[in-house]
Design a protein around this ligand. Structure first.
Ligand SMILES: Nc1ncnc2c1ncn2[C@@H]1O[C@H](COP(=O)(O)OP(=O)(O)O)[C@@H](O)[C@H]1O
Ligand SMILES: CC(=O)N[C@@H](CCC(=O)OP(=O)(O)O)C(=O)O
Length: 305
């Protein structure tokens, strides 16, 4: 045998040993999370690339196979934006929330409950999972009420009510329905649409929806996948962990803006409700979920009390 062949063989062996050692390192984490509910928010920005979508699907299937209860709540903001553009419907945002009139909510539901939900379900099932698609409307999973936002007029200091239209807030979550899937092989994939008490459809920010579901189930972890490394400071450096006080200070000084505001708010609420840890992680990284759950050093920003 030549040296070249030997060294190729050695390299292969070293790579197998490395893989085996990674697997054995993951074992305590698998034990720790076995039987635990992990709510994963899969953001619209994190869905862009097909390879990443499959890597996400693989991770979710693996989580279920090692005994966890993953629940996927997805977004789709950029995809809704593209569809609204095609239909020439203008859209605006207040504090990261899409102002949603009647025409917009129809498009939002079509994109979220239709194409996006089914493509995630399809990806998970393609790699061996058993996902089912739901929205907050199914079996009254999420009963919503209109989200009220107010803003102080800087001159008069008078509180003004902002009209967000059909933007909803989860009022009640039917957690028992989701618990039914715990001892089955089914992975629920949920679109952030809510049903109002008089039958109206509400557009719920996907982070808010994921947080409400995690809170209602008192999940072990709430993982929010997005398109940045986590929460960044003014110099764009990753902040590995944040307390409630620090988070509010970063919102007040304008470091945390736009879509990151509902994200950090969600994390704080979830922790308040008893969720053990809320983490904002980079969905652009392959196997981001496995890295977060099965390695000693999580990735992203952990938000805690
Ligand atoms: N301090 C911050 N750190 C990181 N991202 C921030 C911050 N402030 C605002 N953002 C913005 O928030 C975005 C993530 O929110 P969003 O676009 O709603 O993502 P998703 O579609 O994943 O929910 C980032 O891409 C970034 O532009
Ligand atoms: C009220 C509100 O803003 N709803 C969001 C719902 C989708 C979403 O949250 O998607 P991402 O997670 O990809 O941003 C929207 O209309 O865009």
């Amino acid at each position: 045998m030549t040296d070249a062949v030997l060294s190729a063989k050695e390299k292969k062996k070293a790579s197998w040993i490395k893989k085996a050692s990674i697997l054995s390192e993951a074992l305590p984490y698998m034990r720790r999370y076995s039987g635990k509910t992990i709510v994963i928010k899969y953001g619209g920005h994190a869905m862009g690339d097909e390879d990443l979508a499959l890597s996400f699907a693989h991770d979710v299937v693996l989580m279920k196979q090692v005994g966890m209860n993953p629940i996927v709540v997805h977004g789709g903001g950029p995809q809704i934006g593209r569809m609204l553009d095609r239909l020439k419907i203008e859209s605006s945002f207040i504090d990261g929330l899409r102002v949603t009139d009647k025409a917009t909510v129809e498009v939002v539901e079509m994109v979220l409950s239709g194409s996006i939900n089914k493509s995630i379900v399809g990806a998970i099932n393609r790699v061996g999972g058993h996902a089912i698609g739901l929205s907050g409307k199914d079996n009254n999973l999420v009963v919503a009420e209109p989200l009220r936002r107010t803003k102080k007029d800087p001159d008069s200091q008078i509180e003004q009510i902002l009209d967000l239209g059909f933007v909803g807030y989860p009022k009640e979550v039917n957690g028992d329905f989701l618990k039914m899937f715990q001892n089955t092989n089914i992975i629920p994939v949920i679109a952030p649409i809510g049903l109002g008490e008089t039958g109206e459809t509400y557009n719920i920010n996907a982070d808010t929806m994921a947080g409400a579901i995690a809170g209602s189930l008192v999940a072990e972890r709430l993982l929010l996948l997005t398109d940045v490394a986590g929460v960044l400071d003014k110099d764009k450096i990753l902040l590995p962990d944040l307390t409630e006080e620090k988070t509010h200070a970063l919102i007040a000084d304008g470091t945390i803006l736009g879509g990151m505001i509902p994200k950090v708010d969600t994390c704080l609420h979830a922790v308040e409700k008893g969720v053990k840890g809320s983490v904002i992680i980079d969905g652009r990284v392959e196997h981001a979920l496995l890295l977060e759950l099965f390695t000693e050093h999580g990735v992203g920003t952990l938000i805690h009390k």
